[in-house]
Design a protein around this ligand. Structure first.
Ligand SMILES: [Zn+2]
Length: 292
């Protein structure tokens, strides 16, 4: 049983304190996946088999999970006034790579983390096939983002994520350094956020996270209903606000967008999650992975 380190211990030691804890919120992730699967539909409105629904949900909600942690990474960078010397997008990814998987195995949460990496790799392949990779983008390429997150995950647990590393062919030359990479990244987050801002078990940030849902456009109602029914955003919000003493309240708002994306609005301390992000990744998965 994992026991969260006290703030004093967190200052002396690091690795456990800078991995998402494995208690209260774990049940929420299990429920989120189960509830998402229970109402899962395909874009044509049909209901796939329970096995297929679960596989699609792990993939689509998994990608959403990674990106929500990524957006909270932006929130940490701005709200704790953390400077950066490489692209902020890579730093936000490093937050997701550390905090998306929990310290202890949790079937639902691990499946979401694995599904999210698969979606990165599939999109990277799609973009390469279409000769559509934007090398000037401030984000790394999808393949690079997937490999880097998987590297941090396999360093956390080869037992839980070693098969994923094999599946995506994470090269041995990179994998040899994943442990050191994880240590560096995890210790840096602890130092930059500050040990005093890591909450003890049972505590909640005095500044809270509010989750809200805009009325979806008709064509996005299907995925909006899945997202809301799952409670995934609430599960992630709960974990963040019971892990960190947040400097500001944060609004996590699901909304209609003209592109499949997620955003961080630093002036408003607001994360925008676009409904069509789910639609995009479900369509991608159905076109390249869930084809039988
Ligand atoms: Zn970003």
């Amino acid at each position: 049983m994992f026991v969260r380190l006290s703030r004093t211990a967190a200052a002396a030691c690091c690795l456990f304190a800078v991995t998402a804890p494995a208690f209260a919120a774990e049940q929420d992730f299990t429920e989120a996946l189960d509830k998402g699967v229970a109402v899962w539909t395909d874009p044509d409105g049909s209901t796939p088999s329970p096995e297929r629904a679960r596989a699609e949900a792990e993939y689509v909600l998994g990608k959403a999970t990674f990106t929500l942690y990524h957006e909270f990474g932006h929130a940490m960078i701005d709200d704790y006034k953390i400077g950066w010397i490489v692209q902020e997008e890579a730093i936000a990814d490093a937050f997701a790579g550390i905090y998306m998987p929990a310290s202890e195995a949790n079937e639902a949460r691990d499946s979401l983390a694995i599904g999210g990496i698969r979606a990165f790799m599939d999109r990277g392949t799609r973009m390469a096939e279409n000769d559509d990779i934007d090398y000037a983008d401030s984000h790394l390429t999808d393949h690079q983002r997937g490999f880097s997150a998987a590297c941090l995950m396999v360093a956390l647990s080869a037992e839980r994520f070693g098969a994923l590393a094999e599946e995506i062919a994470l090269p041995a030359s990179r994998r040899d350094y994943c442990g050191a990479e994880r240590n560096q990244v995890a210790e840096a987050w602890l130092k930059l956020i500050g040990p005093a801002n890591y909450l003890d078990e049972g505590q909640t940030s005095k500044n809270r996270i509010t989750v809200s849902y805009d009325d979806p456009n008709p064509e996005l109602k299907r995925v909006a209903d899945i997202l809301k029914a799952s409670g995934l955003m609430e599960a992630i919000a709960k974990e963040i606000e019971t892990t960190f003493q947040l400097p500001f309240p944060i609004l996590l708002r699901a909304q209609n967008c003209d592109q499949p994306n997620e955003f961080w609005f630093p002036d408003d301390h607001e994360i925008g999650f676009c409904y069509n992000y789910l639609d995009y990744y479900q369509s991608l998965g159905l076109s390249v992975r869930f084809t039988d």
